[in-house]
Ligand binder design. Sequence first.
Ligand code: ZN
Length: 475
Amino acid sequence: MSKKRKVLLVFLCVFLLLVVPAGVAIFFLMPKFQVREFIEQEQVEYQEAMEYQAGDICYGNMFGCQDVEVTRVGEVDTGVLGCYQVTYVYSYQGKQLELKQAVEVVDTTPPTLTVSDNEIAYCPNGSIPNVTVNATDNYDGDLTNKIEKRFEGSEIVFEVTDSQHNTATVRKPAIQKDEEGPVITLNGDQEVYVLVHERYVELGASAVDNCDGDLTSEIVTSGEVNIDKEGEYTITYSVKDKSGNETTLTRKVYVYHKNVEVTPNGKSIYLTFDDGPSKYTSELLDVLAKYNVKATFFVTDQNLTKSYDDVIKRAYNEGHSIGLHTSSHSYSVYSSVDAYFNDLYAIQDKVKRITGYTSMLIRFPGGSSNTISKSYDNGTHIMSKLTQEVEKRGFKYVDWNVVSGDAGEVNTTAEVVSNVINALGNNNTYVVLQHDIKDFSVDAVESIIEFGLSHGYTFRAYTMSSPTVHHRVNN
Ligand code: ZN
């Protein structure tokens, strides 16, 4: 072996035996950041709480590794879909390591799809009525109008896909069925009142079917109204859907005369109005005049009535009865017989001054059956005395037997109308109590008159010769 080769061999041995192991040892023993666990790419569901993953990083070597400080740069908003980058900075005694993490906020949740029925009935034309479907999505919100339906064999498949391509599917068994008739809706009222010789206008109806949609043009209308002949007429509206389901609806048309006073046998209604007159009384007189109905006004001289003397005059001139309801309408009139008559004569004088007529017709405040008088009469049973005393002095008092409710809890025109017409039957004498200081009650009068005239009643003014209607005296 040459000397030159020997040197080379020694050098190689030294290199292999000393330098390489030393280098390897230095490599493993030199402290540095050790990345034991780190996720570089992550997905988070929309609107879920973000949990930042800083991984498991330490500083050291194979013999020991120290905890490091970690700070994060960058935020992930899980309320907004998209890609975010988060940087983690690890520090140990002035040394730093940066690692980047990609986070994607995704929506992988399908919409919630609900279908109301377990078995779906569908129409012969394939439409699906009466089924309630709903779709809501965590990201897109309400998707109900995006629901698609299709037939698959004997099933109906409901499907909805959100904007992130997540699909919800519901399958339901389906049968063809149409047993529901169209729904008819009348234009105008179900009961119509027309004065004889006036005009009846047929307003028609509309019809909608669950399967066939608008069937208004298919409605068959039958029945005639003879506007020149008093009576009750029926108009019938019929319509069939394509499956043969038929619906029928009727309208009653009452043709009636204006009020005619005939011999007082038969069903009579006495409309009586207490506490007025008021600003509503002249419009009430207009309605009464329109139907030739005479009524009875038990007037007062309270503050609210003071400027309506001309209305009392008009009512009297138009043939209505003017009765006396006391001047003050204060229950203190029940403190004594004298107190009552002083007050009564005051209103009697006033009516005489306005009309020239001495009214002897009265209605007690609260009616003859009132018990409020007990609070004023010191136990003298004033109502028992007054009911006798007024008759001794030639007066006639009248109570009522139909309560409109307008002085109590009732405060709508519709309730007043129904209270009154529901109280009417086959008796001969109905005395209705209303108050012409209440606009909703005055507004009820026209409907009450139309009902009464078309159902065979005659309206009358209450007079001294009208049938007695008295309550039981309770004090
Ligand atoms: Zn009253």
